[in-house]
Ligand binder design. Structure first.
Ligand SMILES: [Zn+2]
Length: 292
């Protein structure tokens, strides 16, 4: 399936599956006429690591060259919690992070997205310190890693950190190799965390806040997701573009914001339902918003 309308000058894609091989994520992105994509480099729901074979890397390289897609990011396992107060879980998280950084480096993927983690009732300050320490140690252990780690904004469910821009900035201040760390802005999470995006003035205020507290130059990936839940609900439920509590206007602002033009935009919305191909629908919806 090839789309007729080719997006120009905009880095837009979705999270695609690696079922059947890592290269399949790139091939699928290409079929959807994407110029960017996100993928896992292993099964994200288990601790089991995946060692890449020479063939894995070769096939991936080939698919990437054929597709011409350069803007690729990976998403780390959901199990990783660098803020964990449990020694075992923390060490395991650090090791898993090292493996992720190495696999992504081997594949030539420049950015790895990670959720900062949950402090599990031990308090914000200690949690933020553990996150920074975990990242610092991971980069120390694998100095050959060539990819950047992007901390994602979160909805703030439970004791999850990263729902305030100030928390993300606090982690960044404690990072030793600042060149190796950046940020990922998820529209659903930011909205659920209480930052409004629905009207021009509230959108501007949110982007201004992000710029003042973190800095737009550190923004490397945007996750474009509508939200099933309301402003400040702190519940992370992704919805199709324009069909949720955020609404279509916010996405029009984002798709046409010159400050965000060079930042890849990735969909993480529900995929297929019966015969409906929602990736195609959501990508078309976003492309149609671009007014040039
Ligand atoms: Zn996300």
């Amino acid at each position: 399936m090839h789309l007729t309308k080719k997006p120009e000058g905009i880095l837009l894609g979705a999270h695609f599956s690696i079922a059947g091989g890592l290269h399949n994520a790139v091939l699928t992105a290409s079929e959807y006429a994407c110029t960017a994509l996100q993928m896992f480099t292993k099964n994200p729901t288990t601790w089991e690591e995946r060692r890449l074979s020479a063939q894995d890397v070769q096939q991936f390289d080939l698919a990437r060259k054929k597709s011409g897609i350069e803007s690729i990011c990976s998403h780390a396992s959901y199990l990783i919690n660098p803020a964990s107060p449990d020694r075992n879980k923390y060490e395991r998280s650090q090791e898993a992070l090292q493996h992720e950084l190495m696999r992504s480096s081997q594949l030539g993927i420049p950015n790895v997205v990670i959720h900062p983690g949950a402090h599990m009732g031990t308090g914000e300050k200690k949690g933020l310190q553990r996150i920074a320490q975990c990242i610092n140690r991971a980069f120390e252990k694998v100095p050959e890693a060539r990819c950047r780690l992007l901390l994602e904004t979160t909805a703030g469910q439970g004791s999850n950190l990263g729902c305030r821009f100030e928390q993300l900035a606090a982690i960044y201040h404690m990072i030793e190799e600042k060149d190796m760390v950046g940020f990922c802005f998820d529209t659903c999470h930011v909205f659920a965390a209480g930052y409004d995006l629905r009207k021009k003035n509230t959108y501007e205020q949110t982007i201004r806040d992000f710029d003042e507290v973190i800095g737009l130059e550190l923004l490397r990936v945007i996750h474009v997701n509508d939200s099933k839940k309301g402003l400040g609900s702190r519940v992370d439920r992704h919805e199709h573009i324009g069909k949720g509590a955020i609404g279509i206007n916010a996405f029009r602002f984002i798709m046409n914001d010159p400050r965000l033009k060079a930042v890849p935009k990735i969909l993480e919305t529900p995929k297929k339902d019966g015969l409906t191909d929602y990736d195609r629908l959501n990508l078309e919806r976003l492309r149609a918003l671009i007014s040039n």
